[in-house]
Design a protein around this ligand. Structure first.
Ligand SMILES: Nc1ncnc2c1ncn2[C@@H]1O[C@H](COP(=O)(O)OP(=O)(O)OP(=O)(O)O)[C@@H](O)[C@H]1O
Ligand SMILES: [Mg+2]
Length: 432
């Protein structure tokens, strides 16, 4: 009875604490979701390249830390309030237990009751056993932690990205790929086999080719994300390996084929994440959204640009974010790419999910300005035909080069690939 009564305060406090923990959990759902979504963004291999290129990794890690710190701080605060009371309750509980034990021992000694003695010893043995059990599980978890620590040490031994190198003072006037070959680690075939091409500032380049021809790989090499097996990427004649890679990335906006979705963020921030090196510029953001034809659907969201774009998230008033269609997500990614304001714009299948009319308008606008160098990979003729130079890749080699008209007139591989999209009269001589 004494022991039962003595544990009441402790149980009561535990109960209140867990209530408070529940309440706290409810206020932190959004922040935890946000953290989880940031983590998902950060660990996806297909996204890390784009995130590194945009220099946003540290920004997101910091954001995640801030969210975690705020959460932990509040949790610690109310735990601190409970700690002295909990200590008192525990002291009461253990005090009662000790008193009860002493009383039991006294009974055994004074009366020498065999049954009581047996119970007492049985209690001691079972307690000792459970203590030994928990000791074993603690030891095994220590062992597990040590093993993890070894993994961590091994991971930290990996060489980090090459720092240093010459900082580019300005955007290069010429980017040249010279005899590039590339084989994926563990791969048996050479994905790129001696690619040479020159891109001059202001040019509009299209890269075409069948699935698996090596187009996306070429872009990753151009961006310095992969090192070529042999050959060089030359920026105004300077090998990319000797250039401070961040200063090249600052001039580069790459929209990858598996474009990123920042599901934890608002529409505005999805665009802003194109360049986090400066504070958010709303005018610039709206311009980028317009150029990517994203402003109409964003404006029609209940809270416009400040609306969350994934229905995982809620605004502070509890309204759900809005789900976007595949094409809307892609337009948002394109707006982010434009927001970056980089002189070199690289787009890998930028319009795969965008309807044909919007694609036509976006590219007409983009190609009208001669400020940007545009490198577009596409399977759609509307995007390709306006380019100054088209490179057709086949099995890691450049099979044909030229303007759209030249390549069509050649009636070669390019012609055959796009024949169905050309809308040519199969029998022009027949007339109407
Ligand atoms: N991470 C990788 N690891 C190993 N092999 C890869 C990897 N990525 C691509 N490959 C291989 O390299 C080749 C070229 O791939 P790449 O992605 O460059 O093609 P692509 O021209 O962009 O094709 P698509 O039109 O389908 O986008 C393919 O045969 C592919 O299987
Ligand atoms: Mg590709």
């Amino acid at each position: 009875m004494v022991v039962l009564i003595a544990i009441i305060p402790s149980v009561y406090l535990q109960f209140k604490l867990s209530r408070e923990q529940m309440a706290h959990w409810n206020t932190q759902v959004d922040s935890r979701r946000q953290r989880r979504l940031i983590e998902t963004n950060l660990i996806r291999p297909q996204h890390i390249a784009e995130m590194r290129l945009y220099g946003i990794v540290k920004y997101l890690m910091d954001l995640r830390s801030r969210l975690r710190d705020a959460d932990e701080l509040r949790r610690l605060e109310f735990q601190k309030r409970y700690i002295s009371k909990q200590l008192l309750a525990d002291a009461l509980q253990y005090g009662a237990e000790v008193v009860a034990l002493i009383w039991v021992v006294g009974q055994i000694i004074s009366r020498a009751q065999p049954v009581g003695q047996f119970l007492y010893i049985q209690q001691i043995v079972s307690r000792a056993l459970s203590t030994a059990n928990s000791l074993v599980s603690s030891l095994s978890s220590i062992d597990e932690d040590l093993a993890n620590l070894k993994d961590y040490e091994e991971f930290m031994k990996y060489p980090t990205a090459v720092g240093g190198g010459a900082v580019l003072a300005e955007a290069p006037a010429e980017v040249r790929l010279s005899d590039i070959t590339y084989t994926y680690t563990g791969g048996s075939t050479q994905v790129l086999q001696g690619i040479s091409l020159t891109i001059r500032a202001g040019q509009h380049i299209a890269i075409v080719g069948e699935n698996g021809a090596g187009k996306s790989t070429l872009i990753r090499i151009l961006a310095g994300l992969y090192q070529p097996e042999s050959g060089q990427v030359l920026l105004d004649g300077q090998d990319l390996r000797t250039v401070d890679i961040r200063s090249w990335h600052q001039r580069l906006a790459v929209m990858s084929q598996d474009f990123l979705k920042y599901e934890f963020a608002t529409a505005a921030n999805n665009i802003y994440f194109g360049d986090v090196s400066l504070p958010r510029d709303d005018a610039r953001m709206q311009r980028a959204a317009q150029d990517a034809e994203a402003s109409d659907f964003i404006s029609s969201l209940p809270q416009g640009f400040e609306n969350h774009v994934s229905n995982w998230m809620e605004d502070p008033r509890g309204r759900k974010g809005s789900g976007l269609s595949g094409g809307q997500w892609q337009r948002l990614a394109m707006a982010r790419n434009f927001y970056r304001g980089a002189p070199f714009i690289v787009m890998d299948e930028p319009t795969s999910a965008i309807d044909a009319l919007a694609e036509h308008r976006i590219f007409s606008r983009l190609f009208a300005d001669k400020e940007h160098t545009i490198i577009a990979i596409s399977h759609r003729l509307a995007t390709i035909e306006k380019s100054d130079v088209i490179y057709m890749l086949e099995d890691g080699r450049i099979a044909e080069t030229g303007t759209h008209d030249e390549l069509v007139n050649r009636r070669g591989r390019y012609f055959r690939m796009f024949e169905s999209q050309l809308g040519l009269d199969p029998n022009p001589a027949a007339g109407v």
